[in-house]
Design a protein. Structure first.
Lengths: 166, 333
């Protein structure tokens, strides 16, 4: 999962590197670092970092920061950071549309966050464009697979973006 | 190869006709080494050791529907006529691959080179046929079977030597591409676009091989087995066609500057061989319009390469066959 953190550390040479080193040590991957190099009255600077890290390692990272004398001013989870748009064609409404959406939403790591649906006539297939968002690349792939299975069971045609096309 | 190259042409449909007239023109204008020593159509055949008078033959065909002697058959030509290269363009059912496969085997066993435009024999029996060609030290060429005028097999086999091919994505069926283009651009329904494709001659009376993705999948099988050294058949592939795509779906995609195209995919590292519709940004190089074909190859050294061209048609297929004939002449001593 992706988390964003606001850290406060002493404005001294080498401190930034020291501050960031626990991230990789705990299995995290730094996605972004914003260093505001204007010390406050106490001589501390604020660093914003965005880290991709397994959820169970977050506590270890917090402990490592505390040991190094770094204060975490703010910690927020950036949840649904990856997204893909897919199209479903078929009798979507009459095959429990709520269930189709639920199957992704109830994973906890992915949600269908947007849907546009066209229903021309009752006997004609509906077409829907769904935006699937997830907490990471692997989770997104998993959510798409779940949707693919649902589509197969319910006889929908699912059209996905071409992998590696962009 | 000796100075004079004798060519027998099986089949005088749009493709065979394109080949004989092109060879005849080349001989007349460029003093080429080719002579057409035998020709057959579905009702008759003709043999002439010193070369057939193509204009007279075509005039005869226009008059009575036969190119030569009704007592002679294509199989007689393949078995007994004098030739160095057999151009095999017979009307052949893609599922049974006959009679083309039998003709190709006979010619190779005689020690003659073969150029074919028929997909069936290559998709179904490539390993057997290429082994037979090796055994008799002759060439079997089939550039016309995939993406018409685009020389994709030659590019993959020769021009990208040393590159690792990570993936191949292709629009390999012009009929499907025409239908999806018209649905996208004009808001036609699938059935309206199919009807239009039929009227223009892009779609057969029974369009199922095209619209259900089988034709594109056959080309994926040919590429996988001949270039990527696999041994797959249509049964090993995931194939989804375009016949359930709605005009609404194309409108929804257009709202995001995207469209839908039928794509054949080969990703050897992931063992993916499939044909299915995909969403692509309209700016993607594979998004070509009308009945065009397009192929993108992802390689380690050359990066991404995209080829666009006409996938079918008499002259486009003739282009592929003639280039195969020249390849054989250049590479045979």
């Amino acid at each position: 999962m992706q988390v964003s953190m606001k850290l406060s550390l002493r404005d001294a040479p080498g401190n930034l590197v020291a501050a960031l080193s626990p991230i990789s040590a705990t299995g995290g991957n730094i996605k972004a670092v914003i260093h505001e190099h204007v010390p406050d009255a106490q001589g501390n600077v604020v660093v914003n970092v965005v880290v991709e890290i397994p959820p169970h390692q977050i506590q270890a990272l917090k402990d490592a920061f505390a040991e190094n004398g770094i204060t975490i001013m703010l910690l927020g989870e950036e949840r649904l950071v990856c997204q893909e748009t897919v199209i479903l064609i078929g009798h979507l409404i009459h095959n429990d549309l709520g269930d189709t959406i639920d199957r992704v939403d109830k994973t906890g790591f992915a949600e269908i966050t947007h849907m546009t649906i066209a229903m021309p006539r009752i006997e004609i297939s509906s077409s829907a464009q769904l935006v699937v968002q997830a907490t990471g690349e692997a989770e997104l792939a998993q959510a798409i697979n779940i949707l693919r299975e649902v589509a197969q069971t319910k006889g929908f045609l699912m059209i996905t973006p071409l992998e590696g096309a962009t | 190869m000796k100075s004079q190259v004798r060519i027998a042409v099986i089949g005088l449909g749009a493709v065979g006709r394109g080949v004989v007239t092109t060879l005849e023109r080349m001989q007349r204008e460029e003093d080429s080494p080719f002579i057409i020593s035998a020709i057959s159509d579905s009702k008759s055949a003709l043999i002439a050791q010193d070369g057939i008078d193509v204009a007279a033959m075509l005039a005869r065909k226009a008059e009575n529907g036969m190119c030569g002697d009704p007592a002679l058959h294509s199989k007689d030509i393949v078995k007994d006529a004098p030739y160095d290269i057999l151009v095999e363009a017979s009307p052949t059912d893609v599922l049974s691959a006959e009679p083309a496969t039998e003709y190709i085997k006979t010619a190779l066993s005689r020690g003659a080179h073969v150029v074919t435009s028929n997909k069936g024999p290559i998709a179904l029996y490539y390993q057997e046929l290429s082994a037979l060609a090796r055994e008799h030290a002759v060439s079997l060429r089939y550039e016309a079977t995939v993406a018409g005028a685009i020389p994709i097999l030659h590019v993959l086999e020769h021009d990208l030597t040393g590159n690792k091919i990570h993936a191949l994505y292709g629009i390999l069926n012009g009929t499907c591409n025409y239908i999806l283009t018209r649905m996208s651009e004009e808001g036609l329904t699938y059935l309206q676009a199919l009807e239009e494709a039929r009227k223009l001659g892009y779609a057969e009376a029974d369009p199922s091989a095209d619209v259900k993705g089988t034709d594109a999948a056959t080309k994926v099988v040919i590429l996988a087995n001949t270039i990527f050294g696999k041994s797959i058949s249509l049964n090993d592939m995931s194939i989804t066609g375009i016949d359930n795509i709605t005009d609404d779906a194309l409108r929804l995609a257009a709202g995001h500057d995207s469209t839908i195209r039928l794509i054949g995919e080969i990703i050897p590292e992931k063992n993916i061989y499939r044909v299915s519709p995909h969403i692509l940004p309209k700016s993607h190089p594979l998004v070509v319009n009308g009945s065009l074909n397009a192929i993108t190859i992802k390689t380690d050294l050359a990066g991404d390469l995209t080829f666009i061209g006409k996938g079918a048609g008499s002259l486009e297929t003739t282009s592929a066959i003639i280039s195969d004939i020249f390849y054989i002449v250049k590479h045979t001593r």
